[in-house]
Design a protein around this ligand. Structure first.
Ligand code: UDP
Length: 417
């Protein structure tokens, strides 16, 4: 296990967006947790929404005086191939689950759990997603008093039953499970559950306001992408569920009507995702024939911020989506989003108000909606204002943190009874 480096955060930096009442509530919850040690465990320090969330939540908790650690599993590709199959199957499609896969999973999670022994006892451990769940066996032996919360970030609308039953062997034994929207709990064996919507961090480099000079410098860096012509963008890991090929199809359809339209496919690879590189190569090959399609990898957060801010429309053409932080990231920057009506996307896109929802297999429909927005500056501006307020009310970090700490406090108290 290893601890990622973290940015500095102060709770006071959120006063403008959260309001004093919410900050006071956070401080009160933090006081209740005084003396408690909390650990978050996940499987990657970079790439993807879970790392993005932890990178903000953990330092804010530290500033609130809550003794909070974040540890990332150490594992090789064998393990990540198993857990990516597990992730895919829990979202609806994956290979059969073999005994060998189960053995790899158990061995690596157990080894990581041994690594915890040097860290001392925790009062509560939050396990993010299925990858570290297997650590539970060892945790139950070595920290029997520790409360365990499972924070599931994935879309469990239609899981493969074989994998769900394997994962349920563990989830049935945690104290509490948190899902990103109702409808995900389904047949998962869990004790108590909460629904907590994820959130974006308005203070982070990726989401903060930028002055014109910074925007201009970043736009220059992104050359040959031209901000003088219309841009539609999708920002996603290279992952089959993100459907970059569908986005390409939507763009091609839209560019039949909109002159000089460009597509920016911004993507990265997560440390726990062995499929990413292969998919990136396929997307890059497909995109190479069109000089107006720009496949951009490893952009710094300021670059992602500028693309989300300066694109005319953002698309999120996912086939499944646990939540999709990228949608709120774009909406917060007043950029309307055309997204698939799956998973967490419809929580964020209010159809006809902050963007448009389309069927996940309707690339042509997505292209038409992009055209509708590109042709109507006033509508884009109005949607952008609506989007900013929608995210301000629902999807900013302080709201999520209050709800998470409520669960942690409740579990600590039920533990102490
Ligand atoms: N992201 C990024 N650079 C990229 C692609 C994605 O920084 O090239 C970030 C994105 O801004 C968001 C996160 O990765 O913060 C993806 O989270 P999301 O919930 O949208 O999807 P996930 O990858 O967790 O399925």
């Amino acid at each position: 296990m290893h601890a990622p480096s973290l940015p500095d955060r102060t709770i006071d930096a959120y006063a403008d967006v959260a309001g004093q009442d919410r900050l006071e509530r956070l401080r009160a919850l933090a006081d209740t947790l005084s003396g408690s040690r909390i650990l978050h465990v996940n499987s990657t320090a970079t790439g993807g929404g879970v790392a993005e969330l932890l990178r903000s939540i953990v330092p804010v908790c530290a500033d609130l005086g809550i003794d909070t650690d974040w540890l990332v599993m150490d594992a090789t590709d064998d393990f990540f191939e198993v857990t990516k199959a597990m992730h895919n199957a829990l979202q609806g499609s994956g290979p059969p689950l073999t005994e060998e896969m189960k053995a790899t999973y158990r061995a690596v999670t157990e080894e990581n759990a041994h690594g915890l022994e040097d860290e001392g006892e925790y009062d509560l451990v939050v396990i993010h997603d299925p990858q570290p769940l297997g650590m539970l066996d060892h945790l139950e032996e070595t920290m029997p008093e520790t409360a365990v919360v499972w924070r599931c970030h994935i879309d469990l609308t239609d899981p493969n039953p074989e994998y769900l039953s394997f994962v349920s062997e563990y989830t049935a034994r945690v104290d509490h499970a948190i899902f990103s929207r109702s409808g995900y709990v389904g047949e998962t064996a869990v004790p108590e559950t909460s629904i907590i919507y994820p959130s974006i961090d308005p203070v982070a480099e990726k989401n903060r306001s930028l002055d014109q000079e910074t925007v201009a410098t970043e736009c220059d860096r992104l050359d040959p992408l031209s901000f003088e012509h219309p841009i539609v963008a999708q920002i996603s890991r290279f992952d089959p569920w993100k459907d970059q090929f569908g986005t390409l199809e939507a763009y091609r359809h839209a560019s039949e009507t909109v002159a000089d339209l460009q597509l920016a496919l911004v993507g990265g690879m997560a440390g726990d995702d062995p499929e990413g590189l292969e998919l990136y190569e396929q997307v890059a090959e497909e995109a190479a024939a069109d000089p107006d399609v720009h496949v951009l990898t490893d952009l710094p957060d300021t670059g992602v911020n500028v693309i989300q801010r300066e694109s005319d429309v953002v698309v999120q053409k996912s086939l499944r989506e646990g939540f999709g932080l990228v949608v709120s990231e774009a909406l917060w920057k007043r950029t309307p989003v055309v997204g698939s009506n799956v998973g967490g996307i419809p929580l964020q896109i209010v159809d006809g108000e902050t963007g448009y929802l389309v069927d996940p297999d309707d690339a042509t429909g997505a292209g038409d909606r992009v055209v509708d927005l590109l042709r109507d500056d006033a509508r884009r501006a109005q949607f952008g204002e609506n989007a900013r307020e929608h995210v301000r009310e629902r999807f900013l970090l302080p709201r999520q943190l209050v709800e998470l700490l409520d669960v942690i406090v409740a579990e600590r108290h039920s533990d102490q009874r």
